[in-house]
Design a protein around this ligand. Structure first.
Ligand code: GLP
Length: 242
């Protein structure tokens, strides 16, 4: 059973996440962080950046693996997750850019990109702490409903609902890529500690299904129940259906 922590707001969640990650970095300077994109973890990244600066935490050895990436965006596109992770995580936290990986969404090498990414995570010794958001559809990473609970990093087709949700980051909904490359649910479950964040009423159903619903591929978030060490940090609105 996941530990559920209800907090007042995203900043309070951020303080908790920052405490947890700073302790980890101090005990393991080359810690491997699993990084989520989306709007949910942004306050936590900001809180962590402040803690690192205030406490002069040495993060030069910290490694990171992003959960997912769009397929086929031009290199340097500001909404590619490579660019988002640089802007929201690597730069503000002062991480070493070469130590932070994002799945490669270049169509030219997409056939082996999933296996390459799995190999890189394994070579790094696995992810110590994985930050997760959850989509309204219950997706984690870009593992949409129907994704195998044992899946590894691979190319997926985005659902219309997720493309519409993410259209706010693009000029028009038609600009949202059709495909993505995402760590699988099996990949995510190999991380040693999962920290799932969710805020706002729109996430209440997905949170309840993840924490209390039957474990099922139709609710990818429910896979967290298979993991022995999961922390779910939510505000009151996202906890409303628990
Ligand atoms: C996105 C990302 C997920 C994220 C989720 C929720 O599509 N691929 O990793 O957790 O959807 O997004 P948000 O945090 O913006 O609500």
């Amino acid at each position: 059973m996941a530990e559920v922590v209800v907090v007042a707001n995203e900043d309070a969640a951020g303080a908790l996440v920052a405490d947890t990650i700073v302790s980890l970095i101090r005990s393991k300077p080359d810690v491997v962080l699993g990084l989520a994109t989306g709007s949910t973890p942004l306050a936590s990244y900001r809180a962590l950046a402040r803690r690192i600066a205030d406490d002069a935490v040495d993060v030069r050895g910290v490694r990171g693996f992003a959960l997912d990436e769009y397929v086929g965006l031009p290199a340097g596109h500001p909404e590619s997750y490579r660019a988002v992770i640089s802007r929201e995580v690597v730069e503000p936290l002062g991480l070493t850019p070469e130590l932070v990986r994002v799945p490669n969404g270049d169509p030219a090498s997409i056939e082996h990109a999933g296996a390459d990414y799995e190999a890189a995570i394994t070579a790094a010794g696995g992810v110590d702490l994985q930050i997760l958001g959850i989509g309204r559809t219950g997706h984690i990473g870009f593992n949409e409903p129907g994704s195998s609970l044992a899946s590894l990093t691979r190319v997926k087709t985005l659902t219309e609902a997720t493309r519409l949700d993410n259209a706010r980051f693009f000029d028009s909904p038609a600009d949202v890529p059709m495909h993505c490359i995402t760590q699988g649910i099996g990949t995510i479950l190999r991380a040693r500690h999962l920290v799932l964040l969710a805020f706002g009423a729109a996430k209440a159903h997905a949170v309840a299904a993840a924490v209390e619903g039957p474990v099922s591929a139709s609710q990818p978030g429910s896979a967290i129940q298979l993991h022995p060490h999961t922390t779910v940090i939510v505000d009151e609105a996202a906890a409303a259906e628990l």
